[in-house]
Design a protein around this ligand. Sequence first.
Ligand code: ADP
Ligand code: MG
Length: 319
Amino acid sequence: MTNTTQQAPASRKAEYGANALIVCDNVVRIYQVEGIEVQALQGLDLLVDPGEMIAIIGASGSGKSTLLNVLSGLDAPTAGRARVGGWDLLSLTAADRLTYRRSAVGFIWQQTARNLLPYLSAMENVALPMAFAGVRPRTRARRARDLLGSLGMGDKATRRPGELSGGEQQRVSIAVALANHPEVLFADEPTGELDAATSEEVFAALRRANTELGTTVVIVTHDAEVAGQVQRTVAIRDGRTASEVFRRTAIDEFGASSVIAEEYAVLDRAGRLQLPADFRSTLGLRDRVRLELEQDHVGIWPDARAAVASKRAATEDKS
Ligand code: ADP
Ligand code: MG
């Protein structure tokens, strides 16, 4: 089956994130609750390349689920631009939205019960989205068997969710999400209800979807520990992208490998940058900093005049 992905017009080629699979450009989502505005997303920028597996981390209330709801087509942003593949998420018709949710993307929720129908077997659960997409019964059965097999659930295909452990249920959920060959898999806290060993199992299944099927995987979590499971971690704070950490494995001269994590701050298109709180407090950076353009980097220093002024004020206070 091929996806009915729309191609972006050629005139949009030069846009921000033209080569990315997922583009969030200044995405804003405001909720109105009894006349009070809640800014869940406050101009969030995010680019994800095809084939990546990333984690989005952030404290509870930072806007992670809101972002995932926007990307999975459940919710529409208030402003900004959000694109996944050729799909512009701000201008989807109702019919497009249905096709998008059915076959362009797959999702896995934290509550295992939300992913699976309790009265259907694992196999029937995986076949269901294919039935909705009009796939022939024989093809459905074969693909469901293949998917469950590759996720290590082949021998439990006839069991109902209630007869499976939490980790097994989430692996079936991954098979359901992959049923219609989505380009992207979104998972919102997929291991939130599982212990560490079972979480590891679910991550292994997500990694397999990523490496073997080439599916792009975006995992949302409040657990910074999972950072070790992916190549890139994007941290969001107060509805904005705060920093990114890239991990790579380096081999030293003795052949030993070690993982190197490099932290990057996000520079938005207006040139704004957020310095980590510990950098600011260590160097006393506040209000105004001195900037200098060097040959290959930019230097940032505390405002020397402010430091002198505050020292003078402190001395005058004493006298
Ligand atoms: P996270 O998933 O990171 O915990 P959420 O995206 O669920 O964060 O929430 C971000 C902010 O938006 C919170 O302040 C939350 O209370 C608010 N929020 C989320 N959904 C709604 C909603 N449907 N109505 C009103 N406020 C909401
Ligand atoms: Mg959430």
